[in-house]
Design a binder for this molecule. Structure first.
Ligand code: NAD
Length: 302
């Protein structure tokens, strides 16, 4: 598996140049890392290459050339698995990765699928670390993400200096632990957001202005990340432009719920949240932002 004592060197391959991947690449470039870039969307490849001085490449199999480290920032486990292992139609990253390389999946994925993917990569002498993130687009831009890492501690040590260019590294445990921690974090975040939206909508109907209720929450024990960073910024003004899709939040809740079921735990608050976000996903447009969860409890007559 290569020399685990030494940090990876050379260019970094990066797959998935969306709302999060693009600003994360800019942090890596500012940290002095050369990048090889791939996204299905050719416009994103060109835009991120221009912003970072990185090299856009035309295929997943070509991306890892000369790279000891490839990072994935893709929607979910099925997409990551297809990108890494390939499909019947197109070879994946594994076709181009050398033994001793490490794949770091920074997407929010399903922990047990991550463990299985790590086993598949190990058959090729390739290591895997899961390192999902929290903080959204603003902290992806500022390089202040919370990065929760799972994997062999020697492999995490190899990639630590690179990950620190994007935020603060929190070691969660063995492979899959980062993805488990991320799904659980988003359960707490989603429940807090939904509760904050309902509270503000009730307050408005009672006659308390939305910003006044937000200020009261933020000075009181109901304060949470959503009351501080989402109500005024994206919801009260109907901007709904946080850059985190509602469908991705719903996926994270399902991941958390599947994990609880696999562990045989009763989690009524989580199950209620899963249903609420699934209902929002069914009712709202496919590309809705997660802050649009507020629409479910908005007074129907405005
Ligand atoms: P996004 O939809 O903006 O970006 C995903 C990118 O992957 C797109 O550019 C898409 O073209 C590309 N892509 C899809 N399939 C591909 C494939 N097979 N090969 C190459 N490229 C492919 O999503 P995002 O908001 O950047 O989220 C990425 C991950 O990060 C998700 O798992 C999400 O849950 C997680 N996340 C997002 C946020 C946020 O605020 N947006 C915060 C924390 C974690």
């Amino acid at each position: 598996m290569g020399d685990a004592a030494n940090p990876v060197t050379g260019p970094i391959g990066f797959v998935g140049l969306g709302n999060m991947g693009a600003p994360m690449c800019e942090c890596l470039a500012r940290g002095g890392h050369a990048l090889r870039l791939f996204d299905l969307d050719g416009d994103k490849r060109r835009a991120v290459a221009e912003a970072t001085g990185g090299t856009p490449v035309d295929s997943l199999a070509e991306l890892p050339r000369g790279c000891q480290l490839v990072i994935t920032m893709l929607p979910d486990s099925p997409v990551v698995e297809a990108a890494v292992l390939g499909t019947a139609d197109s070879p994946g990253l594994v076709a181009g990765l050398e033994p001793g390389a490490v794949v770091v999946d920074m997407s929010s994925c399903a922990p047990l699928r991550t463990v299985a993917l790590g086993d598949r990569l190990a058959e090729h002498g390739i290591a895997m670390v899961d390192a999902p993130v929290s903080g959204g687009v603003p902290r992806a831009r500022s390089g202040k993400l919370a990065i929760m890492a799972g994997g062999d501690p020697d492999q995490v040590a190899r990639v630590r200096p690179v990950l620190q260019a994007m935020g603060t590294l929190l070691e969660a445990g063995p492979l899959g632990a980062g993805h488990a921690a991320k799904a659980l974090n988003n359960f707490v975040s989603a429940a807090g957001l939904a509760a904050a939206c309902e509270a503000v909508n009730i307050a408005r109907r009672f006659g308390i202005e939305g910003q006044r209720m937000t200020d009261i929450l933020n000075a009181s024990t109901g304060r949470n990340n959503s009351t501080e960073n989402k109500l005024a910024q994206y919801i009260l003004n109907h901007d709904y432009g946080s850059g985190f899709a509602l469908s991705l939040m719903a996926k994270d809740l399902t991941t958390a719920s599947d994990l609880a079921a696999e562990l045989g735990l009763d989690t009524p608050t989580l199950e209620t949240s899963v249903k609420l976000w699934a209902q929002a996903r069914a009712q709202l447009p496919a590309d809705a932002d997660h802050t649009e969860i507020a629409r479910l409890s908005e007074p129907k007559d405005g």
